[in-house]
Design a binder for this molecule. Structure first.
Ligand SMILES: Cc1ncc(COP(=O)(O)O)c(C=O)c1O
Length: 427
């Protein structure tokens, strides 16, 4: 147990950081984080293991969160690391400044090292930024492009990836060409062929989401990048949904730029992001936020992290999220996320009123399953979910369901029962 004064200090800092009411934080932070369940339990009873894992999150018991695709849920060990760092920094005992956004101090050095190992990239090729939107803007604003140069992208790009290019259409006269992704895809080759046919004489760069926000479809990133490279076209991958949801090896993907928001599936603090920039392209890319080191090329990709005074503690939390993830294990996490998503997929597949628009085959989905239905039915699904305090996402003609390791089978069942009830009502 923490001393009351100390824990109140922590809870107040936590409340300010994570925006939760102080009494709730007080309850959580005066008790120790429960230990992680044992590997033996995983071997003997997987569901019990994951049920025992759930107290790692502050998630309210009377809510079902099936939309960590939009904003991730950060576990207590990561929150504690971040909050302890906030309090430590305010003592100003370290010789370096307690900030992120200027030179790489020792805590930031550790963050970059651990993230680089996690992503399988050289640490020099990695910039810390605040989210995928910033990563994408660094690329979109940083490349020299002439009027008439073209960006090829899909019709499922998130505004945080697409809009920087939209702005350049208006400012600099570049053009955007879109390809329509099939819903659902028939094969990986079908997608690669679509991109290949979309490339024209002025195509400079392809932007695509490794996992799209609209349907959650996993695109064959490695194959798209290999094809583009052969044609002399750059590749910008928006991987906002990828680290933590499916296995990611950026060297293997072979792209030129890869940006992400690890606050989503890696469960890192909100306000943490990264950008990978291929070594040969680092000097060509202008910074998005210019400060003292805007052309200090010796900084390599870290030059793109010089954003001005920003929060060091959330970056320290990012390392804690990588540690948390690695402690549980990549395969075990993916296995669970996908198993629960498959439960949703298999149920939906039996309903003639619903059409799966991403999960047509195993490689096309990780932890997100999306289905289309008539608008009136979709509206009823949202209404019924809201009544039962189930959070899902989607649009007017489709619903997207996200599952993670904190998701319990009973919560998935609760959604599926609700869905069945809605379909019966809408018949
Ligand atoms: C594919 C994709 N790119 C970019 C973003 C923007 O993420 P952020 O708000 O963390 O910058 C999202 C958010 O959902 C996304 O799904």
């Amino acid at each position: 147990m923490l001393e009351r004064r100390e824990f109140l200090q922590r809870a107040a800092a936590a409340a300010a950081l994570v925006g939760l009411p102080l009494p709730q934080l007080e309850k959580q932070f005066c008790r120790e984080t429960p230990p992680l369940p044992s590997a033996d339990l995983y071997q003997s009873n997987e569901d019990a293991y994951w049920a025992r894992m759930r107290p790692q999150w502050l998630l309210a018991k009377d809510r079902v969160n099936l939309n960590c695709g939009s904003v991730g849920c950060t576990p207590l060990p990561v929150l504690r690391t971040m909050i302890d760092n906030v309090l430590h920094n305010e003592e100003f005992v370290d010789p370096w400044y307690p900030w992120f956004g200027y030179e790489e101090n020792p805590p930031l050095h550790e963050v970059v090292d651990s993230l680089a190992a996690f992503l399988n990239v050289n640490r020099d090729d990695l910039a810390l930024v605040r989210n995928a939107t910033e990563a994408n803007n660094t690329v979109g604003n940083g490349l020299d492009m002439k009027a008439g140069d073209e960006v090829l992208m899909t019709d499922q790009e998130h505004p945080g990836g697409r809009c920087v290019w939209d702005q350049r259409v208006v400012r600099h006269g570049i053009t955007i060409k879109e390809i329509a992704l099939p819903k659902p895809p028939a094969s990986a080759q079908q997608i690669v062929d679509l991109f290949e046919r979309g490339i024209g004489p002025r195509t400079r760069i392809i932007l695509f989401s490794h996992i799209t926000t609209v349907t959650g479809v996993v695109l064959p990133a490695k194959e798209i990048c290999a094809m583009a490279r052969q044609k002399g076209v750059l590749t910008q991958v928006d991987g906002a949904h990828v680290p933590g949801q499916i296995s990611l090896d950026i060297a293997d993907v072979g792209c030129d730029f890869y940006g992400s928001s690890p606050h989503k599936w890696l469960m890192a603090p909100k306000g943490t992001g990264f950008l990978y920039v291929r070594d040969e392209l680092q000097k060509q890319l202008y910074v998005n936020m210019a400060s003292g080191s805007w052309r200090d090329y010796s900084l390599k990709a870290y030059r793109f992290s010089n954003l001005g005074t920003s929060n060091l503690s959330i970056m320290v939390g990012l390392k804690a999220a990588v540690d948390f993830y690695n402690t549980i294990g990549r395969e075990r996490i993916y296995g669970r996320i996908h198993q629960l998503a498959r439960r949703v997929r298999d149920h939906v597949a039996q309903k003639p009123q619903l059409k799966l628009i991403n999960a047509s085959a195993d490689p096309f989905y990780g932890g997100m399953v999306t289905f289309a239905a008539p608008e009136a039915t979709v509206k009823n699904i949202y209404e019924d979910c809201a009544k039962r305090r189930i959070r899902v996402s989607g649009g007017s003609d489709h619903v997207r369901v996200s599952t993670h390791i904190f998701t319990q089978p009973a919560e998935v069942d609760s959604f599926l029962e609700t869905l069945d009830g809605t379909l019966a009502r809408s018949a």
